[in-house]
Design a protein around this ligand. Structure first.
Ligand SMILES: *[C@@H]1O[C@H](CO)[C@@H](O)[C@H](O)[C@H]1NC(C)=O
Ligand SMILES: *[C@@H]1O[C@H](CO)[C@@H](O)[C@H](O)[C@H]1NC(C)=O
Ligand SMILES: *[C@@H]1O[C@H](CO)[C@@H](O)[C@H](O)[C@H]1NC(C)=O
Ligand SMILES: *[C@@H]1O[C@H](CO)[C@@H](O)[C@H](O)[C@H]1NC(C)=O
Ligand SMILES: *[C@@H]1O[C@H](CO)[C@@H](O)[C@H](O)[C@H]1NC(C)=O
Ligand SMILES: *[C@@H]1O[C@H](CO)[C@@H](O)[C@H](O)[C@H]1NC(C)=O
Ligand SMILES: *[C@@H]1O[C@H](CO)[C@@H](O)[C@H](O)[C@H]1NC(C)=O
Ligand SMILES: *[C@@H]1O[C@H](CO)[C@@H](O)[C@H](O)[C@H]1NC(C)=O
Ligand SMILES: *[C@@H]1O[C@H](CO)[C@@H](O)[C@H](O)[C@H]1NC(C)=O
Ligand SMILES: *[C@@H]1O[C@H](CO)[C@@H](O)[C@H](O)[C@H]1NC(C)=O
Ligand SMILES: *[C@@H]1O[C@H](CO)[C@@H](O)[C@H](O)[C@H]1NC(C)=O
Length: 861
């Protein structure tokens, strides 16, 4: 019994001895065992790593030399593991304090970055790796607090704890770290919550520091200027600390600074001679949405080493300084979202290395060609939201590497010419005054992912079926043009990643594509406003991801397409203004239309009773959604949905749709019989339009439960009896139309009802009240509601104890307008910088959702 420890050390000794004499590198067995146990404590999951994928531990096999394993480095003499690099190894699981990782005492370099440790805490045992010089715990989903034992690692040269979004660093721990880690050269704490740490405590950071990254750390207060005195500081990144103030020193700077990012901070920067002469080595400068004061931008022309310059979002006015043409090393230049006027300076012809240029969202005017036609290396060009009123500069068509071209929202004129190369992946020329046909070279861009030529109104010709060669297309938006001919039948099945197909507002004829095949990814299909005929293709049921289907304003002759009720994610269904006819009978499946938020079948020839069966299933209309986000494609989230809709009596184009919207429009048909009580279940409805039908009977008092209603139109029906007093409590009601029915008795008074005038009530038998300038007498005084609220199953409608009194709280006209105006966003397409900002912020800030960021997430780097 007592012999086993000595015999183990003897074996170890033998190993050591053998490995020394054979000078091979056998792994010490205890190390091997520790590694294998560590391996066993995690599972391999492809979603656990995001930036790269190398499942290194898969090569680790018992009985082989661990020094040869992937990611493992040993001391050749001792067989001790001294280095472990498991970055991107797809490890998923919890890292406990009892992990055998901590038996690898001799580690000098440890890199575990980009795995998923499932909100583990960083164990204090990390402090025991006394010889560690490199520790990389980037992007591991660590949570909790950084243990102060990390400060024992006094030999650390490089420490990276960034992108663990639920990790925080306490002041005491940080102070110890500053005191003890005197050899640090790289420190990256990006996205670690340091909101309690005094910026002043950064003062004593090691003078050997060459790179300091504290982006998005929640730092608050005055940033100590003497940081910049650190003699070896080459890179400083403080992006997204909008609580950080103080000023950037103009003199006595570390004169080796090559990278500076003060974006989205409030640190004042005085761009003046002193500063510029101290920044001569700067290669990367990002001052996006920062606090630049008293500046002479022309001075930037002296920073001739710059390869990256971002001055976006700063409200700079005046002309773009021509001295920027001196920055001949520039690869990336971002001046979007400023107020630069005039033209692109001539001098820019010298920026021949430029790859990425974004001047979006400035009031710049053309012409552009004479200046930048030497920029033949451009890969990405965004000039959207400017005032360019010229033809598209011809040199753009000849750029051999151009993959991203966004010129939307200008006043560009003329034709679209042929592209001479096939490098495009993104093309947005929407909202201009372009005319002519779509050049055939566009259909040869075989990597094209988004083609957006919307709202040029004069693009003509037919949609060539060669478009179906673009197999990587995710977004195709040719809406609001004058395209004619038929829709190529192949549009239904040419790409199984197409998310958005918007051909609305053209002159397309013929049939709706009927070839939608299984496994397609379509989320948005809009063919509104064409001259399409025939039936609604049942192949649409293959579009199981569909969220928006808009076939309104065509010449479709069909009966109600029941098969649509099986689409599980359908949120918007618009079939208005067609020639649909017949009865609309209730649901045929369970869960039918349960996510529908907008249901518009107005202006058709439907008849018979209202579809009670469907109304009973519209679950999304029964519950309000408080999320104030815009509906967008899931697979291509930068594409925000738009629709045309009648909103409070006016046909409006909604360029964005808030996810809170709830609309039911069955108007202009010939629905008969009574309004069913189940309408009262649709409590989230904001707009209800049943006008111009042949509805009879009383107005249901249960409508009074629809407390979110902003617009109610029951006009031009055959409704009789009194207006239920319950409607008087609809506090958001801004539009009411009960005209042209056979209503009688007193009009409810108070609250919103006092704001409606006679036109809301005209053409009825005998309504009285001050709104119609007719006094009510005796027995006409407000009394019981016509159809008693207590009868029948109305009680289920009020469910959850939602009493009448409660809803009157919150009444106020101003509020009504506030709520209502939120839906109507005027047609301003988002500038491209917005997407980049959102995506960059997403990259930096978002939780590890492991959601596909898309190809443009890292654009510009
Ligand atoms: C991940 O964390 C969750 C929540 O704490 C826990 O339920 C789950 O078991 C953990 N999974 C692993 C593999 O550790
Ligand atoms: C390590 O600790 C965890 C949690 O305390 C426990 O579930 C696990 O069994 C332990 N593993 C070993 C090998 O002791
Ligand atoms: C740490 O490094 C020193 C000096 O190289 C060495 O003597 C010592 O054994 C190392 N400690 C461990 C635990 O590897
Ligand atoms: C500093 O590091 C040494 C070991 O290198 C350790 O003994 C000491 O406790 C550390 N001090 C602090 C404040 O962490
Ligand atoms: C950071 O920590 C502070 C203090 O613990 C907390 O109030 C704050 O909400 C945290 N910030 C974030 C973004 O989690
Ligand atoms: C920096 O270090 C000096 C000397 O050790 C000390 O006096 C001073 O208080 C420290 N400053 C901060 C802000 O911690
Ligand atoms: C900037 O360059 C101009 C002309 O090249 C020169 O006259 C000026 O002195 C330079 N300024 C600084 C601060 O280097
Ligand atoms: C373009 O805009 C400029 C400045 O507003 C104007 O002077 C010029 O006439 C416009 N050109 C065309 C072709 O409209
Ligand atoms: C659905 O797609 C498949 C091919 O993927 C096709 O055979 C089938 O007919 C389609 N369904 C309908 C209803 O058109
Ligand atoms: C797009 O949708 C996602 C998920 O619903 C949401 O988080 C995001 O904010 C939306 N984007 C915009 C621009 O509204
Ligand atoms: C509506 O339907 C009713 C009953 O079917 C019928 O009498 C009436 O003529 C129809 N009205 C219109 C405008 O078609």
């Amino acid at each position: 019994m007592g012999f086993s420890p000595p015999s183990l050390s003897f074996i170890l000794f033998l190993f050591h001895f053998l490995s020394t004499i054979s000078s091979s590198h056998f792994c010490a067995p205890d190390q091997s065992l520790s590694l294998l146990q560590f391996k066993e404590s995690f599972s391999i999951s492809s979603s656990a790593s995001e930036l790269c994928h190398h499942p290194k531990t898969e090569s680790w096999k018992e009985g082989t030399d661990c020094c040869l394993w992937d990611g493992v480095t040993c001391d050749l003499e001792t067989g001790h593991v001294t280095g472990l690099d498991l970055s991107c190894s797809m490890l998923y699981g919890t890292l406990h304090s009892n992990s055998t990782l901590f038996s690898l005492h001799h580690l000098q370099k440890l890199d575990l970055s980009d795995n998923d440790f499932n909100s583990s805490h960083i164990s204090s045992r990390f402090g025991q790796f006394s010889n560690l010089t490199l520790l990389n715990l980037n992007y591991l989903d660590f949570a909790g607090q950084v243990p102060s034992e990390i400060s024992h690692l006094s030999k650390l040269v490089s420490l990276d704890l960034s992108r663990n979004y639920d990790l925080s660093l306490q002041p005491i721990c940080f102070d110890k770290l500053v005191q003890n880690l005197t050899k640090l050269r790289q420190l990256d704490l990006g996205s670690v919550n340091m909101s309690l740490v005094e910026p002043n405590s950064l003062t004593n950071l090691s003078s050997s520091l060459s790179s300091l990254s504290l982006g998005d750390c929640g730092l608050q207060g005055k940033f100590p200027g003497n940081i910049f005195l650190l003699p070896n500081l080459e890179s400083l990144d403080l992006i997204f600390n909008d609580g950080l103030t103080g000023s950037f020193p103009s003199s006595n700077l570390s004169n080796v600074l090559s990278r500076l990012d003060l974006s989205n901070t409030r640190i004042s920067v005085y761009l003046e001679n002193d500063l510029i002469s101290n920044l001569k080595l700067l290669e990367y400068m990002s001052l996006s949405e920062s606090n630049i004061i008293r500046s002479d931008l022309a001075l930037l022309g002296n920073l001739t080493r710059l390869t990256y310059l971002d001055l976006s979002g700063n409200n700079f006015g005046g002309e773009i300084p021509s001295s920027l043409g001196n920055l001949v090393q520039l690869r990336s230049l971002y001046l979007y979202s400023n107020k630069f006027v005039g033209q692109v300076p001539d001098s820019w012809g010298s920026l021949i290395h430029l790859l990425d240029l974004d001047l979006s969202d400035n009031p710049l005017v053309g012409p552009v060609h004479s200046q930048i036609n030497t920029l033949s290396n451009l890969k990405s060009l965004a000039l959207s939201d400017n005032l360019f009123n010229v033809t598209i500069p011809s040199f753009l068509y000849a750029l051999p590497s151009l993959y991203y071209l966004d010129l939307h929202n200008n006043n560009l004129i003329g034709n679209i010419s042929e592209f001479q190369h096939n490098s495009l992946t993104y093309l947005d020329l929407s909202n201009n005054h372009l005319h002519g046909t779509i050049p055939s070279s566009i259909f040869k861009q075989e990597n094209l992912e988004a083609l957006i030529l919307a709202s040029n109104s004069k693009l003509t010709g037919e949609i060539s079926s060669s478009i179906c060669k673009l197999r990587f297309l995710q977004v195709l938006d040719l809406s609001n043009n004058s395209l004619s001919g038929s829709t190529p039948p192949c549009l239904g099945n040419f790409s199984n990643i197409l998310s958005v197909l918007h051909l609305g507002m053209n002159n397309l004829q013929g049939a709706i594509p009927s070839t939608f095949s299984k496994d397609n990814s379509l989320e948005y299909l809009n063919l509104n406003g064409n001259e399409l005929q025939g039936k609604i293709s049942s192949s649409i049921i293959n579009c199981t991801m569909l969220e928006v289907l808009d076939l309104g304003n065509n010449k479709i002759e069909d009966t109600f397409p029941y098969f649509l009720e099986t689409l599980p994610h359908l949120q918007i269904l618009i079939l208005k203004s067609n020639k649909l006819q017949g009865f609309v009978k209730g649901r045929t499946t369970y869960n039918s239309f349960s996510e529908l938020q907008i249901f518009d079948i107005s202006d058709n020839d439907f008849r018979g009773p209202l579809p009670t069966g469907f109304l009973n299933c519209l679950e999304a209309m029964m519950a309000s959604d408080q999320n104030m986000i815009y509906m967008n494609a899931t697979n291509y989230s930068r594409y925000v949905y738009s629709i045309e809709m009648t909103w409070k009596g006016v046909e409006i184009e909604f360029p964005k749709i808030q996810s809170t919207i709830r609309v039911l429009d069955l108007s202009n048909n010939n629905f008969t019989e009574e309004i069913p009580k189940v309408i009262g279940k649709l409590k989230a409805l904001q707009q209800l339009n049943l006008s111009h039908n042949s509805l009879a009977g009383y107005i249901q008092s249960s409508l009074g439960i629809l407390t979110n209603l902003e617009s109610l139109d029951l006009s031009s029906n055959l409704l009789t009896g009194r207006i239920p007093m319950q409607l008087g409590v609809l506090t958001f009601l801004a539009i009411l139309n009960l005209s042209h029915n056979q209503l009688e008795g007193p009009i409810p008074s108070g609250k919103q009802f006092n704001t409606f005038n006679a036109s809301s009530f005209e053409g009825n038998l005998g309504l009285c009240g001050f709104q119609v300038l007719k006094e009510c007498y005796g027995d006409e005084a407000p009394s019981l509601p016509p159809s008693s609220f207590d009868e029948g199953d109305d009680s289920t409608l009020v469910g959850d104890g939602f009493g009448w009194k409660a809803v009157t709280i919150g009444y106020g006209c101003g509020f009504v307008f506030g709520v209502a105006s939120g839906y109507v966003v005027f047609r301003t397409k988002k500038p491209s910088w917005f997407f980049r900002m959102v995506e960059d912020k997403w990259n930096l800030k978002s939780k590890k959702t492991k959601k596909n960021v898309g190809r443009y997430g890292a654009r510009g780097n």
